[in-house]
Design a protein around this ligand. Structure first.
Ligand SMILES: Nc1nc2c(ncn2[C@@H]2O[C@H](COP(=O)(O)OP(=O)(O)OP(=O)(O)O)[C@@H](O)[C@H]2O)c(=O)[nH]1
Ligand SMILES: C=C(OP(=O)(O)O)C(=O)O
Length: 210
């Protein structure tokens, strides 16, 4: 099953405020971009991912991510996370009404294509989601083929996605559950092994060969 993914991003200067202090403040936007670059590199390396649409608060500020093979569009007038996801999903479905659309967070620097592939296999065409490692947030929401995404991201989104009928995926998927909101999360993904962009930013060897 091929999937078209929507990935949202604030301006890197504004995003990941809970992570502030993990690196020197002047290097915070670079870290946010590096986390996204490693996420997107894994996504475009996944054979089942057909298109990746980055919905950005400021497309110019994330333009360098286009080099990874993703499309970048501006967020809509309603500047919220779920509006960004809905906007991206609508653009993708306008091109292919039968598409399987997914919503993915941009802060998964340890992501490996094998976990994304395993999630798609377990979802098997159903509307489904992957909770973060704490079990409260959501890292990936998949629509059913041709179905609505109906994103309910934000605090407690795992519970909200389950309540809206999405199937919680139960495979381990460690690299897909490792979102980075806090310095503790950053330590966790460093132990899992991050991609080359985050590794370079942190001054350590990359664990993922791409
Ligand atoms: N385009 C767009 N992206 C958003 C918006 N809100 C959040 N995002 C992105 O969605 C992803 C998940 O959001 P969070 O994990 O809460 O990240 P965040 O809001 O940057 O982090 P905090 O400031 O620590 O809450 C991040 O990649 C954000 O940049 C929004 O209003 N518009
Ligand atoms: C917006 C969310 O992300 P986070 O928990 O990373 O803030 C979410 O999980 O729905």
């Amino acid at each position: 099953m091929d999937v078209d993914l929507v990935v949202p991003m604030k301006h890197p200067r504004d995003g990941k405020s809970r992570l502030r202090g993990a690196v020197d403040p002047a290097r915070h936007p670079g870290l946010v971009l590096a986390l996204a670059a490693d996420t997107l590199a894994a996504v475009v390396a996944s054979a089942q991912v057909r298109r990746v649409l980055l919905v950005a608060a400021d497309p110019a500020a994330v333009a360098e991510l286009g080099e990874l093979g993703v499309e970048i569009v501006a967020e809509p007038a309603e500047k919220t996370l779920n509006a960004a996801f809905r906007h991206g999903a609508a653009l993708l479905k306008a091109d292919d009404p039968g598409a399987v659309v997914g919503a993915l967070q941009a802060d998964l620097p340890a992501l490996r294509a094998v976990d994304l592939t395993a999630a798609l296999a377990e979802a098997a065409g159903r509307r489904a989601f992957v909770a973060d490692r704490q079990g409260t947030g959501t890292t990936l929401l998949l629509a059913a083929a041709g179905g609505a995404l109906d994103p309910r991201f934000g605090p407690g989104s795992a519970r909200l996605h389950a309540a809206s009928g999405a199937v919680p995926l139960s495979r381990p998927l460690p690299t897909l559950r490792g979102d980075v909101d806090t310095p503790d999360d950053l330590a966790h993904v460093r132990a899992l092994g991050v991609g080359k962009h985050t590794a370079a930013h942190l001054g350590e060897p990359a664990a993922i060969p791409r």
